[in-house]
Design a binder for this molecule. Structure first.
Ligand code: PAN
Ligand code: ZN
Length: 195
């Protein structure tokens, strides 16, 4: 048995903080390029640099067959019409899938097949799970008014690859229209349609 392996993890359901694990915080300034409305992004940054989300990762198991998991807390908010979101990534080991379990709040997951560009948007809600297949870019969006808390479990060897998303972003986006979340194609949004 791996002596570093801890079988039991307790986390704060409000903050996602795991005992003994330093979490990472992503602030608005870390999310340059993730929001489509650049003017709204720059204007928001001039007003402040809030924490948009935190992730506490538990990576006790190592080697073939091991799993890692992270507890994410994505705060509510918007930049222009766009809801607060995570950077989004592919796994470096593309075949690595992931299971997300919603714990609190109201979210959506944007899934985008790397080969076809095909998009799927799935609810991320308490008492529900989302299966993210391999070869699929994934991003979490908080479309509610309270923190979105979730856990994501993935192979220890998955790795995180952010460059592809940073280059071209996701094809779909979630925007707020009349107080409700609406999915739009980025190219349509950029043309000024559907809003
Ligand atoms: C999650 C994500 C978490 C933060 O644990 O890492 O939601 O999103 P970004 O990593 O895109 O900033 C996961 O999918 N891990 O593989
Ligand atoms: Zn992932």
């Amino acid at each position: 048995m791996n002596p570093l392996l801890s079988h039991f993890t307790r986390f704060d359901p409000e903050t996602g903080i795991v005992e003994g694990v330093p979490g990472i915080s992503r602030r608005l300034a870390d999310l340059r390029g993730a929001f489509t409305d650049e003017d709204a992004y720059e204007a928001a940054l001039r007003r402040g640099n809030p924490v948009v989300y935190t992730v506490s990762s538990v990576s006790a198991g190592t080697g073939e067959g091991a799993l890692h998991y992270g507890i994410g807390v994505l705060y509510p908010g918007t930049i222009g019409q766009e809801y607060f979101l995570t950077k989004g990534h592919l796994h470096s080991w593309r075949a690595a899938a992931e299971v997300y379990v919603g714990l609190k709040g109201e979210g959506k997951m944007l899934l985008e097949d790397e080969a076809t560009g095909g998009s799927t948007i799935v609810d991320l809600l308490p008492n529900s799970a989302v299966y993210v297949p391999g070869h699929t870019a994934h991003r979490t969006v908080n479309v509610g008014a309270t923190p979105l808390v979730y856990i994501g479990v993935y192979p220890a060897e998955a790795g995180h690859e952010y460059r592809e998303i940073a280059k071209k972003n996701f094809r779909m986006m979630m925007i707020e229209v009349d107080g409700k979340p609406v999915a739009v194609k980025r190219e349509e949004y950029l043309k000024g349609g559907l809003v």
